[in-house]
Unconditional design. Structure first.
Length: 403
């Protein structure tokens, strides 16, 4: 059955908005961290724990709410997750101690992390099979777009204090909640034939029926890619300042990477609609490894540095934006929420590890050429893992046809 184009366009637009809020929330905390540290008298260790609270909440939300969306429906879980995120983000604005703020960020993370598997599945299930991967990628471009737009909005609100920034983020979550209420449901367990109902628990069922090794490869690829992208976003500004750049120009490093990622994702959509998501994305990651390594080479100007950062973002972050498309290709509707939720959780672990590993490498005072050669390794590993997942998927499809 051909999907209604008007309904699909509405779903993609509303889902894009929801994912933007998640991207906005991710960057927002890094902007308000200095103000929070000053007002609550926190050291670097406590600020790091504040970041970690949100990330670990997102991991728990994705791995728990993803399977629930397979059982209770996508829309109820999406609405519930965003309601939790909104309430807890508003609560952050009134926190008066580090313990309160960390607890509220953890709970808000559960909501935002739980929203992603549901919104990814909703978008996929409203799209036709031929354009499903490209449609999911188009929707997920909202994540880096939210980081860019949200960063500008947060910067404009900083004069009013960090509490005002959390209030604005809470309002954004309410807007996302309204968008979720306007999205039609796409899947309920009762609508699927009993023979399609998976056997096993929420971890075993997504990995059954020949999906174990392709899923492991995709999860490994996503971990490596998020490790690299979060390391780049966290430490590229420091590298630019070390090369003589101003703090103002260094702040544009994350913008260059995110804008590159948006461009790469847009350029990849026709390719993945024609050839499938696996091979084009593996090639993008291999190309990205070259640009990451090139960041450590001597540059004639800062414009050249930003050009290389943009191209690294185009290839590496553009590939990252496509991972939800690969997960909806791999996991059928009865386990799509659970499979995507596990993937999002593994990716969040990479986002935690990336800045830590990057910090350790920067602290080791390695030559920049060697530092960025090491940084390119995760991109190569992600490319090989993605290629392997695609090869296994094609092999299984040929075996199913011949049987």
């Amino acid at each position: 059955m051909t999907p209604d184009r008007n309904i699909l366009a509405r779903v993609v637009a509303l889902s894009f908005l929801i994912v933007m809020v998640d991207g906005y929330d991710t960057l927002m905390v890094s902007f308000v961290a200095p103000l929070v540290a000053h007002d609550l008298h926190l050291g670097p260790t406590s600020i790091g724990q504040l970041f970690a609270a949100g990330y670990f909440g997102a991991i728990l939300g994705a791995v728990s709410m993803g399977p629930l969306s397979d059982r209770l429906g996508r829309k109820p879980m999406l609405v519930g997750a965003l309601l939790v995120a909104a309430l807890m983000t508003f609560a952050c604005s009134g926190a008066s101690t580090f313990g309160q703020l960390a607890a509220f960020r953890f709970l808000a993370g559960i909501g935002l992390g739980g929203a992603l598997p549901a919104v990814i599945s909703l978008t996929a299930e409203h799209a036709g099979p031929q354009r499903r991967s490209g449609t999911v990628t188009l929707m997920y471009i909202g994540y880096p777009m939210g980081a860019v737009v949200g960063g500008a909005l947060t910067a404009a609100l900083l004069h009013a204090g960090w509490s005002a920034v959390f209030v604005a983020a809470g309002v954004a979550c309410l807007v996302a909640l309204a968008a979720a209420l306007a999205i039609p449901e796409s899947y309920r367990r009762g609508s699927v034939a009993a023979s399609a109902t998976p056997k096993g628990n929420f971890i075993a069922a997504p990995l059954a029926e020949g999906r174990l090794w392709p899923a492991i490869c995709l999860y490994l690829g996503l971990f490596c890619l998020l490790l690299l992208t979060y390391a780049l976003v966290s430490w590229a500004p420091t590298i630019i300042v070390a090369r003589g750049g101003t703090p103002q120009s260094a702040a544009l490093a994350g913008v260059a990477l995110n804008l590159g990622g948006i461009s790469g994702a847009l350029l990849s959509i026709p390719l993945i609609n024609r050839f499938g998501p696996y091979l084009p994305i593996a090639v993008m990651m291999l190309a990205g490894s070259l640009f990451v390594a090139l960041i450590g080479a001597p540059m004639p100007s800062q414009a050249a540095v930003f050009g290389v950062l943009y191209m690294a973002g185009l290839c590496v972050m553009g590939a990252q934006i496509n991972f939800p498309a690969m997960m909806v290709d791999l996991f059928p509707p009865p386990v799509r929420g659970a499979g995507s939720g596990i993937g999002m959780s593994v990716g969040r672990l990479g986002s935690i590890a990336g800045p830590l590993i990057g910090g350790a490498l920067v602290a080791a005072s390695l030559p920049e050429s060697r530092l960025f050669l090491l940084a390119a390794i995760p991109a190569v590993a992600a490319a090989l893992a993605t290629f392997a997942a695609g090869w296994m998927r094609r092999t299984r499809a040929r075996e199913a046809v011949s049987a």
